[in-house]
Design a protein around this ligand. Structure first.
Ligand SMILES: C[S@@+](CC[C@H](N)C(=O)[O-])C[C@H]1O[C@@H](n2cnc3c(N)ncnc32)[C@H](O)[C@@H]1O
Length: 225
């Protein structure tokens, strides 16, 4: 029987200043890192010209803490819409031995990134894990619209999570997961890769790679035209 995927992240409300550990993030951070190593170029030390890697919906902050030491020449910018998570993200950033994680910024992906000081065509990498299925579809649209506008030409967006394909969800654990999400909120649910490709095309983003991941997840690599 296949293992269920990354449903359980726990409640955020009771955490305001502690370093959080999401079991799902602990499980998936290393497989995601191995994918990132194929797509991220990091050949210098950190400096003013360093490529910028913007994470949308950082959650606990664990992912960037795991990734950043492997790319010392990349500047990592965490972000979150939930300010209760800032304490945790901030501790991970401060404790990063390579000192290339900035402090988190408040960011609702439904807004234009210019609201947060970003210039168009300025971001080298965007990264989003496990948000699309657990938020209303406006967040998915916002993610693609912002990537299409604020990534540099030929820059990459990397998304990770469970997806359906051709309207079909597999295996049964993901079908059950999708049902449980929609029971919690009818606006949530697994997004279909075909819909994402169409939204990508509308925003100058092409799906260039689909990588099968543990626990029935996928990493999708999007390239701006
Ligand atoms: C399941 S958690 C994933 C956290 C982290 N990316 C990970 O993989 O461990 C989903 C995250 O999406 C964030 N989120 C919800 N709505 C959002 C929005 N409108 N803009 C940005 N992030 C949002 C939540 O605050 C939450 O931290």
């Amino acid at each position: 029987m296949s293992k269920s995927n990354d449903l359980f992240y726990g409640s955020c409300e009771s955490y305001k200043g502690e370093k959080l550990i999401y079991p799902a993030a602990t499980r998936n951070q290393e497989p995601i890192l191995q994918v990132l190593k194929r797509f991220i170029i990091s050949d210098t030390d950190i400096n003013d010209e360093s490529p910028t890697f913007v994470e949308i919906s950082s959650g606990s902050g664990q992912h960037l803490a795991h990734f950043a030491p492997h790319f010392p020449g990349v500047k990592f910018q965490p972000s979150e819409v939930d300010e209760n998570l800032f304490g945790s993200i901030s501790i991970y950033a401060t404790q990063c031995p390579t000192k290339n994680i900035l402090q988190p910024i408040l960011l609702d992906i439904r807004n234009k990134l210019s609201c947060y000081g970003f210039e168009e065509n300025s971001i080298d990498y965007m990264y989003n894990a496990n948000m699309m299925h657990i938020t209303p579809f406006e967040c998915t649209l916002g993610l693609f619209e912002n990537a299409g506008k604020y990534l540099k030409s030929e820059a990459l967006m990397i998304t990770y999570g469970p997806y359906s394909k051709d309207g079909i969800i597999t295996p049964q654990s993901n079908i059950d997961f999708d049902i449980s999400l929609r029971q919690r909120d009818p606006l949530w649910g697994l997004r279909d890769i075909n819909d994402l490709v169409r939204i990508g095309e509308e925003n100058n983003l092409s799906l260039i790679d689909t990588i099968e991941m543990p626990s029935n997840n996928k990493t999708l690599i999007w390239k701006k035209d």
